[in-house]
Design a binder for this molecule. Structure first.
Ligand code: MEZ
Length: 487
């Protein structure tokens, strides 16, 4: 049967599904599912990674191979710096831009180096919004508690406290810079509800929130004339005799020469690891997401937190082939989109936390209730046309224009037909351990954004990443600048 014939089952079963009540997973079943389908899940709060083939844990071995890899830099490399600066920011996504802008604003000389071009990052691909407690019925405390619950109570409390408390001032900063968040008819910010959150808290720019934020941040970095080194892949950090970070070595991807940058403080904002396809999963990540920050800091002796946990976003595209792994925003489930198996049944509360929803999709597929494509991929349906059926024609097009365009290129109209989805490797929950000012245990080495770990515990809630980038980008930028000024 071709994919279009298979899609018909979703349309045919819609009325019955609307009446169906979705059982909430009892805690016991939930835990069993998480453990069964997420072999990287651990109960303990923090378990240092142990290396070695006897560990029997594929993720650990994959990580060990990455972290314990040899440095590409030869011992006799001339370390005379070609550039020197107060603050060196490595990474041109949301955290890197925020860090560079704040350090520059505090008077530091800043160089922003990035492996690809300014803005090439997971941040531009963030679709569903940014969690900030701005609604009258909400508060940073509620945001704290929701995030703690979503993170299986393993979040670093100090980091989480500053993230939720700094949130409202970050919204103000972004609006002043020119970010066009969605608004209600009365002009107030429009906040939406997202998975795992008890209150509406998502600030959105339609379904391209990250892209809009990055439009503004990139412009600002350019307007402020912050010095850029593009196509510069960081391959090693530098340190002095006291073990303090003093700069980095880059490989210029144009001419393959090494470039040495001396800096009083260094901020790593290199993002995640999805392109390494941990456990063989497809990924929603951009091509630069290869865990560079983890390797660089690990080789400097930085501590890691929760690095054995990754987020598999429930809805990665499965069809067409060209979109495999691409993100299909959680926003669609937040607006009421059903997940449907081959029998036309719902099988999970679509707004449960991502680890639970992903686990249950994998269960449906493993137990024979998945839908197979002609090329042998498997997935379940996300009933996107339901939104038009429930809220009126044009709803999908109005609220998810980027998603509509993404599928339209391949002749698929998501307001008419459901999309096939399967979990996709989306986010590195853990990373380099930092304090509330984003500094690691290596003095003058700061890490911000997805490369850092601890804040989200073992499972990140939708929309908390964009806020993380801005809060810790800002904190790292300000602290690195004041540290440099004191030297
Ligand atoms: O925070 C995210 O990962 C997010 C909002 C993703 C999405 O589904 O849109």
């Amino acid at each position: 049967m071709d994919i279009h014939a298979l899609q018909q089952i979703v349309h045919k079963t819609r009325d019955a599904r609307r009446k169906q009540t979705i059982p909430k997973f009892p805690p016991a079943e939930r835990d069993t599912l998480i453990k069964k389908y997420h072999p990287d899940f651990r109960e303990s709060a923090y378990r240092p990674i142990r290396f070695g083939p006897n560990e029997g844990d594929k993720t650990v071995v994959e990580l060990a191979t990455l972290l314990e890899g040899d440095s590409p830099v030869q011992d006799d490399l001339d370390l005379t710096p070609q550039y020197s600066t107060d603050v060196l920011v490595i990474g041109g996504g949301g955290a890197g831009c925020a860090a560079a802008l704040h350090a520059h604003g505090a008077g530091a000389k800043v160089i922003l180096a990035t492996k690809l071009r300014l803005g090439d990052s997971n941040s531009v691909m963030a679709q569903g919004g940014m969690q900030i407690s701005v609604a009258p019925e909400d508060s940073p405390v509620t945001h704290f508690l929701d995030t703690l619950k979503g993170g299986h109570m393993q979040n670093d409390h100090a980091l989480l406290k500053v993230m939720v408390e700094d949130g409202p001032s970050i919204a103000k900063w972004l609006i002043e810079l020119g970010v066009l968040f969605d608004r209600q008819a009365d002009g107030n910010l429009h906040v939406k509800k997202g998975g795992g959150s008890s209150k509406p808290r998502l600030l959105t720019c339609s379904d391209y929130t990250g892209l809009e934020i990055m439009r503004v941040l990139k412009d600002e970095v350019i307007n402020q004339k912050i010095q850029l080194l593009e196509f510069a892949a960081a391959v090693e950090l530098l340190s002095d005799d006291d073990g303090q970070c003093t700069g980095a070595i880059f490989k210029d991807l144009d001419n393959h020469r090494y470039v040495v940058v001396a800096a009083k403080s260094v901020i790593l904002a290199t993002g995640g690891i999805g392109r390494l396809h941990i456990q063989g999963f497809p990924t929603s990540n951009h091509y630069g997401a290869t865990g560079d920050g983890l390797c660089l800091s690990y080789r400097m002796g930085a501590k890691l937190a929760h690095i054995d946990t990754f987020q598999y976003h429930p809805s990665g595209a499965v069809y067409p082939e060209q979109l495999i792994g691409a993100l299909v925003t959680e926003g669609i489930r937040s607006e009421g989109g059903h997940l449907v198996n081959a029998k036309g049944e719902r099988f999970v509360n679509e707004l449960d936390t991502r680890d639970v929803v992903s686990s249950s999709i994998i269960r449906e597929c493993e137990e024979g209730r998945g839908i197979r494509t002609m090329s042998g991929r498997i997935g379940v349906w996300l009933d996107t046309p339901l939104l038009d059926a429930e809220h009126g024609p044009g709803t999908v097009e109005k609220h998810f224009p980027a998603m509509v365009m993404q599928f339209e290129r391949f002749g698929i109209d998501i307001s008419k037909d459901p999309v096939l989805i399967y979990p996709t490797l989306h986010y590195q929950n853990g990373g380099v351990k930092i304090d509330a000012n984003s500094e690691t245990n290596v003095r003058n080495l700061f890490v911000a954004g997805e490369a850092s770990g601890g804040l989200h515990g073992r499972n990140r809630l939708m929309g908390n990443s964009l806020l993380d980038l801005m809060v810790f980008g800002k904190r790292s930028g300000l602290t690195a600048a004041s540290r440099a000024a004191s030297m």
